[in-house]
Ligand binder design. Structure first.
Ligand code: PLP
Length: 394
């Protein structure tokens, strides 16, 4: 026991228990019991970072000039590569000095941007179900108020902005939008983005477009950037999913220079940026893009996920669990079978047979009655998981 009496700040009391932590506890217990677990829970790619990036990293890390403090806004060379990528990928012209900045992964950018714009009590429009950082790490830790926008299946998991009270919209400072979407796998029509931009102009709020799954698309579908329709807002993306680099913590924000300046002010007081050698290695990956079409290092990954998606979704449907194939992301979002109590209890049942998924409630209250599978295991393991699931369902 400590002698000092520890009192956490009130804002910590507003945070929910991180759902993945609860799942971790259960998982640990099963592991201790010696159970073979198939984890389709957390969205962390099991595939390796492409060789071109790793080889460049090894070269860059050896150079003494890459071993010092970086700048929190990112190296000029890195920002130029991001601007160039945006030009090739989306046809957008960005000034690398002011309209691009480095973030330590999308999560850091999503959370810290709120510190630049949210005063205590300010409203932030958050999709629900959604990436929990919008509501918690960003809004609540800035003493802001999340306003939950339900993502309903009948609306293709798009928030119904017209249905939100005008007085709420007037008070909103910022909205988080994320398509291709985690956890629902939904994509966004271009007209919807235009409509959202019109609302943002009418009510004067900032759109933070969180786009880490921009490259995780299937077939001919190409995900848009919000910056293709307006440079008034910002978009956050990262190397995490694009190049299987979750552990490298390297991403970027692009768009409105004034918004980015706010984030830079915050970050310059908090972090000293991301390793220069990582930024330089990532440039190699980005330079593989010669058109908006995915380069082979990304296309290869997506062929693997597509196969897994098809095996899992076909398998679930075959056992009578109606599930749709997403056009993007490596997530399968599906309603729990009829008669099941709720998403958490159903998830526990699956953990008891060694299959780990994420209960929809972990993404917010409007995620209840859904669960999310992440396609982060091989086809063989997915087939094994299906066999185990069938025992529960039938
Ligand atoms: C919607 C969404 N935004 C942001 C992130 C953050 O990714 P990273 O910080 O690794 O770039 C994730 C990661 O899963 C995500 O799903």
């Amino acid at each position: 026991m400590y002698i000092i009496k520890i009192e956490y700040a009130n804002r910590l009391g507003r945070l929910p228990k991180y759902i993945f932590a609860a799942i971790e506890e259960l998982k640990e217990q099963k592991k201790k019991e010696g159970m073979d677990l198939i984890s389709l829970g957390i969205g962390d790619p099991d595939l390796p970072t492409p060789n071109v990036i790793i080889e460049e990293l090894i070269k860059q890390v050896k150079l003494p000039e890459n071993q010092n403090y970086p700048s929190s806004m990112g190296e000029q060379e890195f920002r130029e590569a991001i601007a160039k990528w945006n030009k090739i990928r989306y046809g957008i012209n960005l000034n690398p000095s002011t309209e691009v900045s480095h973030v330590l992964g999308g999560k850091e950018g999503v959370a810290n941007i709120a510190r630049a714009f949210i005063n205590p009590g300010d409203l932030v429009l958050c999709p629900n179900p959604g990436y929990p950082v919008y509501e918690n790490g960003a809004t609540k830790l800035c003493d802001g108020e999340p306003y939950l926008m339900p993502l309903k299946k009948e609306n293709n998991f798009l928030p119904e902005i017209e249905a939100i009270d005008k007085e709420v919209l007037k008070k909103a400072k910022l909205i988080y939008l994320n398509y291709p979407n985690n956890p629902t796998g939904a994509i966004v029509p271009r007209d919807y983005l235009k409509k959202m931009i019109d609302f943002a102009e009418d009510y004067n709020f900032i759109i933070v477009y969180d786009n880490p799954y921009s490259e995780f698309t299937y077939g001919n579908y190409i995900a848009p950037s919000i910056l293709q329709f307006s440079l008034d807002h910002v978009e956050i993306n990262s190397a995490s999913k694009m190049f299987n680099m979750t552990g490298f913590r390297c991403g970027w924000i692009a768009g409105n220079a004034e918004i980015i300046e706010g984030l830079r002010k915050v970050k310059s007081q908090i972090d000293s940026g991301g390793s220069i050698f990582i930024q330089k290695a990532l440039i190699k990956g980005l330079n593989e893009y010669t058109s908006q079409k995915k380069p082979e290092i990304v296309a290869e990954t997506m062929r693997i996920y597509e196969k897994r998606r098809d095996v899992l979704v076909n398998g679930l449907n075959k056992m009578g669990w109606k599930t749709e194939k997403p056009k993007a992301t490596f997530y399968i979002w599906t309603q729990i079978p009829e008669g099941e109590e709720n998403s958490m209890e159903f998830t526990k049942k699956l953990i008891n047979v060694g299959v780990i998924i994420t209960p929809g409630i972990g993404f917010g209250r409007y995620g209840e009655r859904f669960v999310r599978f992440a396609l982060t295991k091989s086809v063989e393991r997915i087939n094994e998981a299906l066999e185990r699931i069938e025992k529960i369902i039938n």
